[in-house]
Design a protein around this ligand. Structure first.
Ligand SMILES: Cc1ncc(COP(=O)(O)O)c(C=O)c1O
Length: 356
């Protein structure tokens, strides 16, 4: 009888989005302010040929490479960072190998590690969500072939100190080290400049977050040309769709859109911290476009009650070390105002002690 590989059956199912996702969506760390008007204008100007012909990735790859200051051979455009992770893990991990990453973190790492048949080694963080640098380094073995660090991390918003990342790169020359910079625009911290020094370093960037193009599905993976050649062999030739490719140069040309969104997110993030602390709700310092908040035993009710108000946030209470935690994406100031006006009633209904 036909049966999928055991490694695949071990992967937990991720709930699919359904049509219920309308209203104020503060649950998936998108840019709720939208995308650059230049991207929308480009989409509206597309021709029949733009839709009917297979897309050319390489020409746009050259544009993105120039923008990021790398050579085109060092960059692969992917169907979001999700695909970058899948390709990278498939290229470097196999049965008997180990993939090492701190938890809580982005769920694609365990999925892609299991898909490759590798053993996952998860390093738990403490409740401060500080990067477990020493434990990670101590867990490196000759079998380690992949170390993945989301920086800033999702769902915590924490940054791994640069010197710790450098120490890991130095300690594991036999392992790929992925620094997933999906939220780079908000943190301003990057390892990209270290690519020439470390052939084991890979950096991932996305256009789903600050650029506001999550539905177009485009991101990129950067690494040493020789290793990227291996990853490129695995990549489907038309993995990035033509609409995304047409829009990318427009998105890159509108740096002002991205920087104004980043400024707004930082302002609103500080406002959220202050608003939540008024009610005695702990939040953790975040370097992304989201904040993790501790709703204690009320996390599920809090999420459900906010949803009734048309405001969707993400219950992360089941993540390691995240008991009671809810992740809230930073929306526009109007959306955040709606959240703050719903907050007293929601907290009261969930039983949270309303302190003011
Ligand atoms: C750390 C991290 N990496 C990657 C992704 C996925 O990005 P993309 O939309 O480019 O697939 C996310 C999305 O939430 C993320 O949080």
């Amino acid at each position: 009888m036909l049966k999928p590989r055991d490694a695949v059956l071990s992967i937990p199912q991720i709930p699919q989005l359904t049509s219920g996702r309308s209203g104020i969506c503060l649950d998936l760390n998108e840019n709720t302010a939208g995308c650059s008007p230049r991207v929308l204008a480009k989409l509206r100007s597309l021709t029949t040929a733009d839709v009917s012909l297979y897309p050319e990735r390489a020409t746009v790859e050259a544009v993105v490479a120039t923008h990021l200051g790398v050579r085109p051979e060092e960059l692969l455009l992917t169907n979001g960072v999700d695909e970058a992770i899948l390709l990278l893990f498939s290229a470097f991990l196999g049965p008997g190998d180990e993939a090492l990453y701190p938890v809580p973190t982005f769920p694609m790492y365990p999925i892609c590690s299991a898909a490759a048949g590798a053993r996952t080694v998860e390093m738990a963080t403490d409740r401060d969500f500080r990067f477990p640098a020493a434990a990670l380094r101590a867990a490196i073995t000759p079998q380690t072939r992949m170390i993945a660090v989301a920086n800033p991390n999702n769902p915590t918003g924490a940054l791994a100190p640069r010197k710790e990342l450098l120490a890991i790169l130095e300690s594991a020359p036999h392992s790929a080290v992925l620094v997933d910079e999906a939220y780079y625009e908000f943190s301003g911290e990057t390892m990209l400049g270290e690519l020439p020094r470390f052939p084991n370093l890979f950096v991932a960037r996305t256009f789903s977050k600050a650029y506001g193009m999550a539905a177009l599905r485009v991101g990129c993976l950067l690494g040493a040309a020789g290793h990227m050649d291996a990853v490129r062999r695995l990549a489907p030739p038309f993995n990035v769709n033509g609409l995304a490719l047409a829009c990318l140069p427009e998105a890159l040309a509108d740096g002002e859109f991205v920087s104004s969104c980043v400024i707004a997110v930082k302002r609103e993030r500080a406002r959220l911290d202050a608003a939540f602390s008024k009610y005695g709700i702990r939040t953790w310092p975040s370097h992304g476009n989201f904040v993790l908040a501790d709703l204690g035993k009320w996390h599920a009710e809090f999420t459900a009650e906010l949803a009734k108000e048309g405001i969707h946030v993400r219950d992360r209470g089941a993540d390691p070390a995240c008991a009671g935690c809810v992740r809230i994406t930073i929306g526009t100031s109007a959306e955040m105002d709606r959240l703050y006006s719903a907050l007293p009633g929601v907290l009261q209904r969930t039983g949270w002690h309303v302190a003011v």
